[in-house]
Design a binder for this molecule. Structure first.
Ligand code: ATP
Length: 482
């Protein structure tokens, strides 16, 4: 496990070094649990999002996609239950009246302790947080004699829950300002548009609405790189079904989503289902699809059978009828008529999916060369279909007309897939750099190209090199990435 954690640190450093992920506002020492995607990362993220969008909307003729706003009417979050129930623990000092997030208070105390003692305390805190054990957390604070930084006393209130939603004001400050929230999930943008989409798209039951977009949560435990962020991206799909058929659709989406994750290159043995035993009050079934991250098995995607809870809540709070008239015939030959549809949700975090792909792809390889010496490389074996750059085009030398031929090939290929052109450094060094950023194919243009119009193509995963006619390059890459 210790090795795996180290390996995880190497992945994080690698992501920074090769332009995948940077700490947000690093110039100002960073912002905790917020990250920026660099030039390589943004493209990989887009490729994953595009694959998901295509599989949901283009390949399912009964699913459409929308793009709802991040800001929504504040009553949406009242109706959804987030205002009352979406929270984490906090504590007040009775002498200074200063309020602390429990994790922040304990973490600040840990900084004054010896490393191993501090780590044990953090582990204990994480345990209590995961069990929502508020009394246990208070006990942890008092038994460790953790004091308020202002009053320097240990006179604490009980631990209470703290809402995870970020709020802000809409309207000019001079006017009466209204508090609104940054959405903590994209799903509600779909529920409140159910009628709009159903009517304008003339959608018939069962049908789905898909959406990708940013979500914001003031997460209390945010220590695992992009696994748990305060600003992240979700890819969600709400599938509306006739009441009574939800179990069947739940099973369908459970299978379909796992197959999709496998289709983008995640090995089946690295994925497993985890059924929820304790269900949320609105759910009649729920499970996580877990992935074996470098720090253990954790949730990657959730599949939730949410009954008619969300639409009914919005009906109640908006006082507008949210129903569907189903004119298909039931067993008695009569139309099913009016009902509130049931919902099966699939919800995957794009950043977690990104972390999944990166942790599977990152490999350190060592081998013995023919002369007996050792060689090694760091390679990102990102599946070609989703790799940010598909082809590197490398003239062997910066002269003798080789760059001109290379640029001609670049112009032919770049309208079809993402290419990278590089003429600096020795060829071996350029190959290693392409391995490190995960480019699956490299083409080298050399003097022989001028004689017989062939080039060397090198395959990242096997390092095999073969010569092919330059006219075959585009076709070959298109085949490999399709
Ligand atoms: P967890 O139990 O890990 O906090 P959750 O059950 O709260 O997750 P959901 O509300 O079901 O998560 O959100 C659906 C998906 O959104 C998750 O499966 C995950 O991939 C992603 N997700 C949720 N919270 C975060 C976060 N803070 N950072 C990154 N991704 C997240």
């Amino acid at each position: 496990m210790a090795n795996e954690i180290n390996h995880f640190q190497e992945i994080i450093s690698h992501c920074k070094e090769y332009g995948y992920i940077f700490q947000s506002s690093e110039l100002y020492d960073g912002l905790s649990a917020v990250y920026d995607y660099g030039q390589m990362g943004a493209q990989l993220k887009k490729n994953l999002r595009d694959e998901w969008w295509k599989s949901m909307t283009q390949l399912h003729d009964n699913i459409v996609g929308i793009d709802a706003a991040i800001f929504m009417h504040p009553t949406v979050w009242k109706a959804s239950g987030h205002v009352d129930n979406f929270s984490d623990p906090m504590i007040d000092n009775k002498d200074s009246n200063k309020r602390y997030r429990v994790d922040h208070l304990i973490e600040a105390h840990v900084e004054t302790l010896e490393k191993s003692v501090g780590e044990a305390l953090i582990a204990e805190m994480d345990q209590l947080l995961s069990k929502d054990d508020l009394a246990g957390l208070k006990n942890l604070i008092t038994s460790n004699n953790i004091k308020c930084s202002i009053s320097k006393t240990c006179n604490w209130t009980d631990v209470r829950q703290f809402n995870l939603m970020f709020s802000t004001q809409i309207g000019s400050v001079a006017e009466e300002a209204d508090t609104i929230y940054l959405r903590p999930e994209t799903a509600q943008g779909i529920f409140v548009n159910f009628l709009n989409v159903q009517k304008t798209g003339r959608m018939k039951m069962p049908f789905g609405i898909a959406q990708t977009g940013k979500a914001f949560r003031n997460e209390i435990v945010a220590r695992q790189f992009i696994f748990r962020m305060r600003e992240f991206e979700q890819m969600e799909m709400q599938f509306f079904v006739r009441p009574g058929t939800q179990k069947e659709w739940y099973n369908y989406w459970k299978e379909t989503r796992k197959k999709w994750l496998e289709s983008i290159g995640i090995p089946a043995e690295k994925l497993r289902y985890h059924d929820h035993i304790k269900l949320a009050h609105y759910a009649d079934a729920a499970l996580d699809i877990e992935f074996e991250f470098p720090f253990g098995w954790k949730e990657l995607e959730g599949i939730h059978s949410r009954t008619d809870y969300d639409l009914s809540q919005h009906q109640q709070y908006s006082k507008k009828k949210i129903q569907y008239y189903d004119n298909d015939l039931n067993e008695e030959g009569k139309p099913y008529g009016n009902y509130t549809p049931f919902v099966v949700e699939t919800s995957v975090g794009l950043d977690r999916l990104f972390l999944t792909v990166i942790s599977l792809s990152y490999q350190e390889e060592k081998w013995k060369k023919e002369d007996g010496t050792e060689d090694s490389r760091v390679v990102m074996k990102i599946p070609p279909k989703i790799a940010p750059t598909k082809l590197a085009i490398l003239p062997l030398l910066k002269k003798d007309g080789l760059p001109e031929i290379a640029r001609e090939l670049l112009n032919e290929c770049k309208p079809h897939f993402h290419c990278f052109y590089e003429e600096k450094d020795a060829i071996g060094k350029r190959y290693r750099r392409m391995d490190a950023i995960g480019t699956p194919f490299c083409v080298t243009i050399d003097h022989q190209t001028k004689e017989d119009n062939t080039v060397t193509i090198r395959f990242r995963d096997t390092m095999e090199q073969i010569r092919i006619p330059i006219t075959e390059v585009k076709k070959l890459i298109l085949e490999k990435i399709s």
